[in-house]
Design a protein around this ligand. Structure first.
Ligand code: PEP
Length: 249
């Protein structure tokens, strides 16, 4: 059975002291047994978060990593470095990485390969711009992102893939896809995986929705058949709103 997941993407927020405050509060919470809870702090706070949450059912995730295993790549972080501090899951292809750091499909496919070769799980983000949706190109675009980023993988690799569908027009904008729009696209993604791999693989992949998920809209979105949880930006920065979302299934 596929997993229900709520992952908090902190982006470039929370310094050492703020992370500590969040962790102290997070550790006082009671977590539902049927939900995998993840947080993705910045690189500088990953070790702190991992050590602090050792005895807690929260997975610490990186927001990015380099596609190379080592070498002269000033400022970059490798899979080996993440694994050496206990981090085994990484977000790849977030729309902010694609837009501001020129991460194209070729680079992202390499990053996925590197993550899998290092026995990591990848949360692979896909999503259309508003223009694509207005022109009715959103399904075509999502299919292209799936093909270019993931469809070179072996059947076996899919057990370490989580997909996050994040319409770019809904990220950090306060605008959310309607539950029906989310379901329609999640169902399309699952069908596309079934057509190119198998129904069994498609039925096992967790597909998260991301884009202005808040405590007051989470349960309706998570209630859709093909929505297995969420990748949460702004609302993951406060324990209170994050936990309300975690408890929205
Ligand atoms: C995100 O950064 O992945 C995201 C979905 O952000 P927000 O929830 O703030 O829209």
């Amino acid at each position: 059975m596929r997993k229900k997941i709520v992952a908090g993407n902190w982006k470039m927020n929370n310094d050492l002291a703020e992370t500590e405050m969040f962790l102290v509060d997070l550790k006082k919470q009671v977590f539902p047994e049927n939900v995998v809870v993840m947080i993705a702090p910045s690189f500088t706070n990953l070790n702190q978060a991992f050590e602090s949450l050792r005895e807690h059912p929260v997975t610490v995730v990186a927001q990015n990593m380099n596609q190379n295993n080592e070498g002269a790549f000033t400022g970059e972080i490798s899979a080996k470095m993440l694994k050496s501090i206990g981090v085994n899951t990484v977000i790849l292809g977030h729309s902010e990485r694609r837009a501001y750091f020129m991460e194209d499909s070729a680079i992202l496919a390499e990053k996925v390969n590197t993550a899998l070769e290092n026995e990591m799980t990848a949360i692979f983000c896909i999503g259309e711009e508003l223009e694509d949706r207005k022109k009715g190109n959103h399904f075509k675009l999502i299919k292209k992102q799936l093909f270019e980023g993931l469809f070179h993988l072996s059947n076996e690799s899919w057990k370490n893939i989580i997909i996050a569908y994040e319409p770019v027009w809904a990220i950090g904008t306060g605008e959310t896809a309607s539950p029906e729009q989310a379901q329609e696209m999640h169902n399309f993604i699952r069908k596309t995986i079934a057509e190119n791999y198998s129904k069994a693989i498609a039925d096992e992949v967790s597909i998260l929705y991301g884009g202005s998920v808040k405590p007051d809209n989470a349960s309706e979105i998570f209630g859709q058949d093909d929505v297995d949880g969420g990748l949460i930006g702004g609302a993951s920065l406060k324990v209170d709103s994050f936990m309300k979302i975690v408890n929205s299934f």
